[in-house]
Ligand binder design. Structure first.
Ligand code: ATP
Ligand code: MG
Length: 659
């Protein structure tokens, strides 16, 4: 793949940079020498592993790569993940520190100190053990964003059983597939939750999932969250308050092998059928803990961290359940949506708990931009000192808004690139070291070796776009796709020799900073020119009419592929449209001016919503299906499947401009 440089992020868009913030330079828990130490790859990770974790038995070999691409990290080491997240903080006299401030959607709140959380996890571990859960078993977790989700995950880890968390918004079919794939012994769920002010029901979905055919599940433990009347099977179902609340508070954590499976988690399904990614214990915890400290410049005694991701996604695994707790940090956990009961809910939570580090996704920022800056302006956000972004590229427009409106112009933003497969952050600026560039994930974290290569796997010079690859194994790397070693090799290790293929397009700018250009699958070829979906979307969102945009390449008889854009308008755009303006022509011209005539969309379809996964990512492959007149593919992980029907109908009705 060779993107043409002249149509990609060219000089007219030379980005504004923000030098490292003074207070971060002075007080950072690391300095630039960290980058040097990181170059001594294995030595750096060995040292880090002993620094950030408490090992029951020290490891004898840092990395065993002899059976590549199947890695083993910290060979011979033994540890317990839950002990590292909990008990050791209590033993060190920090039991009174708050671990979790929980905010329920209806307004209920709970606070767990490290001592409280340790006790609850011990009880849950005893309860699960009494139901037969042992090392090597799998437990399916189908819970809302409530503390019991974290408690369940850590209780499994404590017993050496792997959890498989299934996002609470998924259908019974999606749940059943994941239960079967992992051969789960136990399911932990809740009667229901709250969403947009309404009680929802979860337990019936578990019943429906288990109703068809034989399965491996022996028991279902049910948390009473909202009191919905749900069916109960006396033979297999147990209330959490009956089995966990009554269990013993004494439980000694057993140490397990560093490579003991910690969890299975499915990817978002943005590019195809979700993959069941396997992570193990030692390496995963090491890199999660280390990146958490550095990227967020953690001051564990004073910071209040809030990651808004659901535990059903990898961000919720790594940066809600594990890394903050392993570091002894204090965090906020919120159950509901940002607009319930009002559109200032998040900012009210930041104000209430004096949140100092906020980690969220670009899609949320763009939603807040659309709602207007007068909403966050009503709250005291002065406690914030650092902001993070994850999940997709953050377009410069959204970055600048986040920086100015939420961060008051004083908070650095760390744009973190990583994947379910990488387990922890891989690319990000460090707030005390790097000058920040809106829209770029910038640099590999210390100890990680990332490159941009051409289709032959040869490194590309700065300024040229190609494939993002990881050259050396990293501690939190996936250990495989559950039950499918061939798919693991084929998906990640067959495109290039001895390199991990991430599936994303990228390029380095003149300073060597990395810019993500979207999925390789989303790069289009228009009349022989390679165009990046991310850049065209970014140009569209830069126009005052547009709130969000999704761009795909659709087969075209004359140009090979044609650019097709789907846009959601802001008020200003809606008004222009209502006033009779040819908004599509305006936006086509805008892209032509920003990037070049070749990038002008053939069609611009105005749509009230874009198809997104439950984790907030745009499903471009479905838009491509529609644009090419195909049957719409798998929509299992879509937040609202009706969105696609609407878009397909609009497309058929010929709305969306002409060639
Ligand atoms: P699937 O692999 O099933 O298609 P997915 O790739 O969406 O799903 P995730 O692991 O949730 O599953 O997402 C990882 C992807 O998200 C990355 O490969 C990248 O495309 C995108 N991404 C994450 N963070 C960033 C970021 N900071 N900048 C750009 N892209 C990002
Ligand atoms: Mg992926």
């Amino acid at each position: 793949m060779s993107f043409r440089k002249d149509i990609l992020m060219t000089d007219q868009q030379t980005p504004q940079t923000f030098p490292p913030n003074e207070s971060f330079v002075e007080n950072a828990r690391y300095d630039a020498s960290l980058l040097e130490r990181g170059k001594d790859h294995e030595a750096y990770w060995a040292e880090t592993a002993r620094e950030v974790l408490t090992w029951d038995t020290d490891f004898t070999q840092t990395l065993d790569w002899s059976d590549a691409p199947f890695a083993q990290w910290f060979v011979g080491g033994k540890l317990n993940a839950a002990y590292n997240a909990l008990d050791r903080h209590v033993e060190a006299g920090r039991g009174d520190r708050v671990a979790i401030y929980f905010e329920g959607e209806p307004g209920d709140s709970r606070t767990y100190t490290y001592a409280d959380l340790t006790r609850e996890v011990k009880k849950a571990a005893n309860a699960f053990a009494s139901l037969g859960v042992r090392q090597g078993d799998r437990v399916a977790v189908y819970l809302p964003m409530i503390p019991e989700a974290v408690i369940t995950m850590l209780a499994c880890a404590r017993l050496g059983a792997a959890h498989s968390v299934v996002f609470g918004g998924f259908s019974p079919d999606a749940l059943r597939q994941r239960i079967d794939d992992a051969e789960a012994k136990l399911v932990v769920t809740a009667d229901g939750s709250y969403r947009r002010g309404q009680p929802t029901r979860l337990k019936p979905a578990v019943d429906e999932a288990l109703a068809k055919g034989t399965h491996t599940v022996q028991n279902v433990v049910v948390v009473k969250r909202n009191g919905e009347d749900v069916p109960f099977n006396a033979e297999t179902d147990l209330w959490w308050h009956d089995v966990v609340d009554t269990a013993s508070e004494e439980h000694t954590a057993e140490a397990f092998d560093a490579e003991n499976p910690l969890f299975i988690l499915y990817t978002s399904g943005t590019t195809g059928k979700p993959k069941g990614i396997l992570h193990t214990t030692g390496g995963y915890l090491v890199q999660g803990a280390q990146t958490f400290r550095h990227t967020f410049d953690l001051k564990e005694e004073t910071d209040v961290f809030w990651c808004t991701a659901d535990v059903g996604w990898v961000t919720g695994h790594s940066y809600v359940t594990y890394a903050p707790l392993v570091n002894g940090a204090t965090q906020v956990m919120y159950e509901g949506t940002p607009d319930t009961p009002h559109k200032g809910r998040w900012w009210e939570i930041v104000q209430k708990h004096r949140v100092s580090i906020l980690y969220t996704a670009p899609t949320a920022i763009r939603t807040f931009m659309k709602w207007g800056e007068e909403i966050p302006a009503q709250y005291d956000l002065s406690s914030l000192r650092l902001l993070g972004s994850v999940g997709e590229s953050i377009n410069p427009e959204a970055w600048l808004w986040y920086h100015r409106v939420i961060g008051g112009g004083r908070c650095p933003i760390v744009d973190t690139w990583w994947q379910t497969e990488t387990g922890a952050q891989m690319l990000t600026p460090l707030p005390g070291v790097h000058a920040l560039k809106p829209g770029s994930a910038q640099q590999p974290v210390p100890g990680v070796d990332i490159d941009v290569v051409d289709e032959m796997g040869d490194p590309l010079p700065n300024g040229q776009a190609g494939f993002l690859v990881i050259r050396r194994p990293w501690p939190s790397m996936l250990r495989g796709i559950w039950g499918d070693p061939e798919r693991f090799k084929k998906t990640y290790w067959s495109r290039f020799e001895n390199m991990y293929f991430a599936g994303d397009g990228a390029k380095r700018d003149e300073d060597g900073d990395i810019w993500l250009l979207g999925r390789v699958d989303d790069v289009m070829n228009v009349s022989g020119h390679r165009l990046s979906s991310t850049e065209i979307e970014s140009a569209l969102v830069g126009h005052p009419y547009v709130a969000e945009a999704a761009v795909i390449g659709a087969a075209d008889e004359t140009t090979g592929e044609a650019v097709v854009a789907f846009v959601m308008l802001q008020d200003e755009g809606e008004q222009a449209l209502a006033g009779g303006e040819d908004v599509e022509a305006t936006l086509r011209a805008h892209v032509g001016k920003e990037i070049g005539p070749i990038a002008k969309p053939r069609n611009v379809l105005v749509t009230p919503e874009l198809p997104k996964t439950r984790s907030g990512k745009i499903m471009r492959r479905l838009l491509k299906d529609v644009a090419e007149g195909r049957e719409i593919g798998d929509t299992m992980t879509l937040a609202d499947p009706t969105v696609m029907q609407q878009i397909a109908a609009d497309m058929r009705a010929g709305r969306g401009g002409k060639a």
